[in-house]
Design a protein around this ligand. Structure first.
Ligand SMILES: Cc1cc2nc3c(=O)[nH]c(=O)nc-3n(C[C@H](O)[C@H](O)[C@H](O)COP(=O)(O)OP(=O)(O)OC[C@H]3O[C@@H](n4cnc5c(N)ncnc54)[C@H](O)[C@@H]3O)c2cc1C
Ligand code: SF4
Ligand code: SF4
Length: 901
């Protein structure tokens, strides 16, 4: 149980606009631990709330009681029947499931846009869906069985051959209550009709009482009631699903209409034609999308008045099926009243651009919101024929309440639309405005025959309106269901069922103005899974949340919280951030929390360390010699070096000196090469000088074998990309290095050839420091200009550890091309991630690298391969030490495998 202030505050926030600080955080790791925890809470009557990916938007994942993190444990997964089914535990993300299923040609049915972070537990509990799955492939339709832990800690497996009898034995009151409700509904056609109407489309309001008309056995009713129950009925510890086949052939089109009504009129024929996805963009969405650099030219040139757009996609299993579908679709298109002619395209780049623009709408609007406001993403659905009326009412409502830039977009096929509101909840007038807006929204959505939540769950935001949507009788069944499952009311109180009619207006999240990165963040949680410090200390979202919590506590005058958070943040937030910036890749707003941390380091750096680092920048070659001498001593006298390091760290702090275990020896000093009319400028990395073996000779030899002439500048021993100073936040050293590199760039540019570096993080550094010059990472360069000229003896298999730099640079393809040329089998660990070595961070904090690499190492240890490669010297050291398998530079392996002609 974690009770530190920083743990409670870091876990408090999810993606919703509600904030409650939990009393404590528990992280049960398996079935017996969660069962024991529930039993204890049941006996004491103290409530708890499950939290998995924390991407919920309706306030169903926050609490001021006990918060139970169910993502750090519950990570098992088993592929069944060649991918047709999957057994999975709730802490696994949708993306992880799909990564595993991909090679079998299948995918998980539910497809929320948040798949990078949303977990199976969250998808089940929210009955999440997306652009494609509709109501045909959601969790309700694809679930086969579940292991359930009831509120009293008892366990039930719905797959048991004697499930109905077991259920009765275990929970007789609940069993009888469900069957009593079933009996009433079975005898009342009017209720059956109303339930069927409510659930004719996407609907996540209240409990899934369609279970009573769709299923007959008590176990099946129970199983399907669990879908969409938002952690208020029981815990799901494992689930088995049917999967859906991946349809790899696709064609897409962007259609413009003169009005929302015209777009709406087109929907029935498009739906009937079997479109896999039909996404709506209202007038404001089109205006926002026009600003996106990837917007296709037809979108950019449209003169938008009252227009609306539909992005339509067909997907099929084979090229011939797609061909048929496309020709039918052309027919449909010819009958539609479009604003301008349109056609379908199978071309990947155009399709990617179309979908990028659609998916980027949320990020663009959220990223541009005024600092200090909280973003809310709303989610309603109406019968498809009502869509235009509802959108018009919504637009009028925005105007009436003076909400600006509110894009309306969504899954038109299902009548499901989303819109964003930005609100400053510190302002009482804004809170009143939000209340009035919500009341009016509820009025017209229900009048249009819609649902107040289509896929995001009822949460707290719509709990007060469940009775209005369903009527008193159906609502009374829901209250009875909740009581029967959770007689002591300990599971996620006030979510779905609440006696507080104002619960949706309480505990709003406020967003104090803090730092640029912090202010833009919408706390969606997309960045968490890729962060190397996530298991050790904090995730990027949590770093941001703590910055906000400190600012809020300062405003509230809560000095104890400020002190405790600041103290713990030093290690949890600052020292153990690898500053690798991999979080920016998964963040929809491209927020690089590493940049924030670097600035915070800068603020904390002492004048002495600034002076020392400035000196190193001015005397880089000599500084490298000193470091190399230190490494030589540590290599030759490891024990002595360990004692000295420990003592110095005890005196001057953990950041004073890195740990050297004596296994590393220095590389060779870099040397210049002058050649006439070179094909490339080569800047060997200084990491090869510090941590041997040096990469320079390998790259030079490969180029020579491929007939490429290289140029290495005279001053190479003094050249550095600048990353050491930037990552440590040493302003003066960084400035000096930047001046040097500006001058270098000016000279090198005269040669008119690209710059290549052999360490991916240095390539990344040179891209930003050699202004405007073309800089290419060595594997990418060799894949493009050398590999075809070389004869290679292939090895059996190679494990590749792509680096975060090559991922950020989008240069992993080059690395994989070389790997494919080198080995018959190329294995990229599916759970690979940043190793967090990050220059010297892995030496300063070995526990960070150990934690960051644990999952990947587990995979590597079970995978025998002939060789293990990467493209960053420090990552190779980190992965070798963590896995016990010697990781070398891919250049090293390539050089060895080239057959000399
Ligand atoms: C930017 C953005 C885009 C989104 N897009 C979509 C979308 O396209 N479609 C969509 O449907 N949703 C979408 N969502 C909402 C959200 O991502 C989904 O509802 C998601 O499935 C929630 O999963 P999670 O792992 O984050 O769950 P959490 O938010 O952690 O938890 C969700 C609920 O499940 C309960 N819970 C978690 N695990 C268990 C368990 N094992 N047993 C019982 N209860 C449990 C929790 O108590 C909570 O009530 C989006 C969210 C964001 C921020
Ligand atoms: S940093 Fe980006 S990805 Fe992470 S929570 Fe904030 S907005 Fe989401
Ligand atoms: S820079 Fe790296 S370690 Fe730091 S928050 Fe981002 S992903 Fe995590």
């Amino acid at each position: 149980m974690a009770n530190r202030t920083i743990d409670r505050y870091a876990m408090a926030n999810d993606a919703s606009h509600y904030l409650l600080i939990p009393k404590a955080v528990a992280s049960p790791q398996n079935l017996s631990e969660i069962s024991a925890l529930l039993r204890k809470q049941f006996e004491s009557g103290h409530p708890l709330t499950f939290r998995s990916g924390g991407t919920s938007l309706s306030g169903q994942g926050v609490t001021e009681e006990l918060l139970v993190d169910t993502r750090s444990g519950f990570r098992g997964m088993e592929i069944l029947d060649g991918g047709k089914r999957i057994r999975v535990e709730p802490g696994v993300s949708v993306r992880e499931v799909n990564n595993r299923l991909k090679s079998y040609g299948f995918k998980f049915g539910p497809d929320p846009a948040s798949e990078i972070a949303a977990t199976i537990g969250g998808v089940i509990a929210n009955n999440s869906s997306g652009m494609l799955c509709g109501t045909e492939a959601n969790a309700y339709q694809t679930i086969e069985s579940m292991k359930i832990v009831f509120s009293d800690g008892s366990l039930f497996d719905t797959a048991s051959p004697s499930a109905d009898a077991d259920f009765y034995k275990l929970q007789p009151i609940l069993h009888d209550q469900l069957m009593a409700i079933k009996k009433i509904i079975d005898n009342r056609p009017d209720l059956q009709k109303e339930i069927a109407r409510q659930f004719s489309g996407k609907n996540t309001m209240g409990y899934g009482i369609n279970s009573f008309i769709d299923f007959h056995t008590p176990t099946n009713i129970l199983l399907h009631l669990m879908i969409g129950s938002e952690g208020t009925l029981a815990f799901v510890s494992e689930a088995t699903f049917r999967t859906v086949p991946i349809k790899p052939f696709a064609t897409s089109a962007l259609l413009f209409f003169d009005s929302m009504r015209a777009a709406n009129d087109a929907l029935p024929s498009l739906v009937d034609s079997g479109a896999a996805a039909i996404e709506l963009l209202d007038k404001t969405s089109l205006l926002v999308a026009q600003r996106d650099p990837k917007a296709i030219s037809r979108m950019k040139s449209l003169s938008i008045k009252e227009h609306a757009g539909l992005i339509v996609e067909y997907q099929e299993l084979s090229a011939s099926e797609l061909q048929n579908r496309e020709s039918q679709a052309k027919d449909v298109l010819s009958r539609l009243k479009l604003s301008s002619p349109s056609s379908f395209t199978q071309e990947l780049r155009t399709r990617n651009d179309l979908w990028h623009v659609r998916k980027n709408l949320y990020a663009t609007v959220a990223g541009a919101r005024p600092s200090g406001t909280t973003a809310m993403l709303e989610d309603i659905a109406v019968p498809v024929h009502q869509l235009a009326t509802t959108c018009e009412s919504l637009t009028n409502l925005f105007e009436k309440h003076r909400y600006k830039d509110n894009v309306i977009f969504g899954h038109a096929k299902n009548g499901n639309i989303h819109f964003m509101l930005n609100e400053d909840f510190t302002d009482s007038a804004s809170r009143v405005r939000y209340e009035r807006f919500t009341d009016e929204l509820v009025d017209f959505v229900l009048a249009d025959g819609g649902t107040l939540k289509a896929e995001h769950g009822t949460g707290r935001i719509m709990a007060p309106f469940v009775e209005r949507q369903y009527g008193t009788e159906l609502y009374s069944f829901m209250v009875a269901i909740k009581r029967a499952f959770d007689p002591k009311g300990i599971l996620n109180p006030d979510v779905i069922i609440s006696s507080d009619s104002k619960i949706h207006l309480k505990n709003f999240k406020t967003s104090p103005v803090v730092e640029e990165e912090v202010d833009r963040c919408v706390e969606c949680g997309y960045c968490e899974q890729s962060c190397p410090s996530k298991h050790l200390t904090l995730t990027p979202r949590q770093r941001i949340v703590i910055r906000r919590a400190i600012a809020t506590a300062k405003l509230d005058g809560n000095s104890t919280v400020v002190r405790e958070l600041n103290k713990a943040f030093e290690y949890d937030g600052i020292q153990t951030c690898a500053a690798d910036g991999i979080c920016s890749v998964s963040c929809p707003l491209h927020i690089n929390t590493g940049d924030l941390v670097k600035r915070l380091r800068l603020e904390k750096s002492s004048p002495l360390s600034e002076l020392i680092w400035k000196f190193t920048s001015k005397n880089w070659s000599q500084s490298l010699s000193v470091v190399r001498a230190g490494i030589t001593i540590a290599h030759k006298a490891p024990l002595l070096s360990k004692i000295a390091t420990k003592s110095l760290r005890a005196l001057f702090g953990d950041e004073a000196l890195p740990y050297m275990d004596g296994t590393i020896s220095p590389g060779k000093k870099r040397t210049a090469t002058n050649s006439d009319k070179p094909d490339l400028i080569y800047l060997p990395s200084c990491t090869g000088e510090i941590f041997g073996p040096s990469g320079q000779s390998n790259f030079e030899e490969i180029c020579a074998k491929a007939g490429l002439k290289i140029y290495i500048p005279e001053e190479i021993s003094n050249i550095c990309c600048g990353t050491p100073w930037k990552s440590k936040g040493m302003k003066h050293g960084a400035n000096h290095n930047s001046q040097e590199n500006n001058a270098l760039a000016e000279n090198l540019a005269k040669l008119g050839v690209p710059v290549v570096s052999d360490n991916s993080s240095c390539s990344e550094g040179f891209i930003s420091s050699l202004n405007g010059m073309q800089v290419i990472d060595a594997p990418t360069f060799l894949a493009k200009y050398a590999i075809d000229k070389l004869q290679i003896t292939k090895i059996g298999s190679v494990v590749v550890h792509p680096t975060c730099s090559s991922t950020k640079l989008d240069e992993s393809a080059g690395l994989l091309t070389i790997a494919a040329a080198l080995a018959h089998e190329v294995i990229v660990p599916p759970n690979w991630g940043c190793c967090a070595f990050a220059g010297d961070r892995g030496l300063l904090h070995p526990e960070l690298t150990k934690s960051a690499t644990a999952d990947e190492v587990g995979f590597i240890k079970n995978t025998g391969a002939d060789s293990y490669v990467s493209t960053n010297r420090t990552c190779e050291i980190a992965m070798s030490s963590a896995s016990g398998k010697n990781h070398v530079s891919i250049l090293d392996l390539l050089n060895k495998q080239i057959i000399q002609r």
